[in-house]
Design a binder for this molecule. Structure first.
Ligand code: SIN
Length: 490
């Protein structure tokens, strides 16, 4: 029978190391803050290098036995984990909303989204095939087999506290790897709850180890993993600056890396687009999690012929979005994650307005709601000298740029070091083919704003990183290929 945990049961404050819930070695703790109210939700372990090292020791001890389990045995555990996550959709959704600030419906949606990766990789893990290579010489047999890469360090962001860690842990476990992980300091509670459910599902001691840490201490803890040659892979979702740091610092032990980094997604609306569909697609992709996703459109390019009609329709819809506490079922936009985040949004809007942008709706903080709220905003007359054109705003702000030709739009869209997602709306089938090939991005939404799926490869090009999560490609990042050459068979 499935054990049911309440929200209180799922609020854990210790590290999970070797199957035991432990305080930080020196007893340090830090506060997890509700971004909506500023209240402390709980105090969790503030781990340092000693805790990170203990986690790696446990993962190393557990690796030989876990690697040797049958794929279907690992899949059965992952299936149980999936069922437990789904059974706790309501409370996990609440916990996500509480510590991260996304509205309840989105919190629950994230639980389903994260769980979908667990069941997906349970199945993919059953199909880790190798190859028989046609022999090049008589008496020789050549084959390629896939093996778990070893200990994986998973470092995850605050914007999807459940889905991002699930889509790293699930393929790692399915492949036969053991895991050490650290969730973002803003949202450690959901990850710990997920780890409890993994334990409940039968993940053996030491196979999954999670430590929590504040920003400063977390850097030192992660440095221990970067230096440790037993950790063979780092999987990270977060900023490009941190991704580059991880790549640099892990070079001494040549770890495999999967980096899902920042985006600066363009969203193109051509004269021949279905304008209503484009407005709905933009609303869905831009305002998911209040604009705090790596794949949110950051720059919206609209062709001159439809610019005015599109702007009007968009501003009407955006102006009607309901902002309020994440825990209020009627809210569509909750608080931003922290003061740094809301300050950056305000800075981008002020800079744009100072350089000639016109506010069609929003444009201000909402102190009456709380310190971290910002009004959903549409800005007309955006230009490429504005900060929001070259930096991710990561908030509910849509800047509208006007363009004349397809060539101009593509040049502007690709004029960024980033290449995670891109979107465009057009009903011309030839243009659809041309533009989808020309956009420099790992993911392209064509007349579609909702692109994420466990069955699809998620990841970027250029400085948005490398590696793919989800899909059948997502498992490869956790495997290494061994070539076997057997001679003397003649
Ligand atoms: C992200 O923002 O990093 C992930 C978004 C997604 O999986 O759709």
């Amino acid at each position: 029978m499935t054990r049911r945990f309440s929200l209180e049961d799922l609020i854990l404050t210790a590290n999970l190391i070797d199957g035991r819930w432990l305080s930080a070695a020196d007893g340090a703790r830090f506060a997890v803050i509700d971004p909506g109210t500023g209240n402390t939700i709980a105090e969790v372990a503030d781990s340092g290098p000693a805790d990170a090292h203990a986690a790696t020791d446990a993962a190393a001890r557990a690796l030989p036995a876990w690697r040797d389990t049958l794929p279907k045995e690992r899949a059965a555990i992952l299936d149980r984990w999936h069922d437990l996550i789904v059974a706790h959709e309501e409370v996990l959704g609440e916990l996500i909303s509480l510590e991260q600030g996304k509205p309840l419906a989105e919190g629950r949606g994230e639980v389903a989204y994260g769980a979908s990766y667990v069941t997906w990789f349970a199945d993919e893990g059953r199909r880790i095939y190798g190859d028989i290579i046609p022999a090049q010489q008589r008496g020789k047999r050549m084959s390629a087999v896939k093996e778990p890469i070893g200990i994986v360090a998973a470092i995850t962001p605050w914007n999807f506290p459940l889905a991002m860690i699930a889509r790293k842990i699930a393929p790692a476990l399915a492949a036969g790897c053991t895991v050490v992980g650290k969730p973002a300091e803003d949202t450690p509670l959901t990850a710990l709850a997920l780890a409890l459910l993994a334990q409940e599902a039968g993940v053996p001691a030491g196979v999954l180890n999670l430590i929590t840490a504040s920003r400063e201490r977390g850097i030192a803890a992660v440095a221990d993993w970067l230096e440790d040659s037993r950790v063979r892979k780092i999987t990270f979702t977060g900023s490009t600056a941190v991704g580059k740091y991880l790549a640099r610092e892990s070079a001494a032990t040549l770890k495999k890396l999967s980096l899902e980094l920042g985006g600066n997604a363009p969203f193109l609306v051509f004269d021949d687009a279905d304008i209503d569909a484009a407005v709905s697609g933009l609303l869905a992709s831009k305002f998911r999690n209040g604009g705090q996703t790596c794949v949110c459109p950051n720059r919206v390019y609209v062709q001159a012929g439809v610019y005015d009609a599109f702007s009007r329709k968009l501003a009407d819809k955006v102006g009607a979005l309901r902002v309020g506490p994440a825990t209020d079922p009627s809210s569509q936009i909750g608080p931003m994650i922290n003061t740094r985040a809301v300050d950056k949004i305000a800075r981008h809007v002020d800079d744009a307005v100072a350089k000639g942008a016109r506010v069609l709706t929003g444009g201000t903080r909402l102190p009456e709601c709380g310190a971290h709220y910002f009004a959903p905003t549409v800005l007309a007359n955006a230009t490429d000298d504005m900060q929001l054109c070259c930096e991710e705003t990561f908030g509910p702000v849509v800047p509208l740029f006007r363009f004349d030709s397809e060539e101009d739009a593509l040049r502007a869209a690709n004029d960024t070091p980033f290449g995670l997602a891109a979107y465009f709306y057009s009903q011309d089938v030839r243009r659809t083919d041309r533009v989808s090939r020309a956009l420099e991005a790992g993911i392209v939404g064509i007349n579609e704003g909702a692109i994420s799926s466990e069955a699809a490869p998620f990841g970027g090009v250029k400085e948005s990183g490398y590696g793919r999560e989800g899909s059948r490609y997502g498992l490869d990042d956790y495997l290494s290929i061994k070539y076997l050459c057997q001679g003397g068979l003649e």
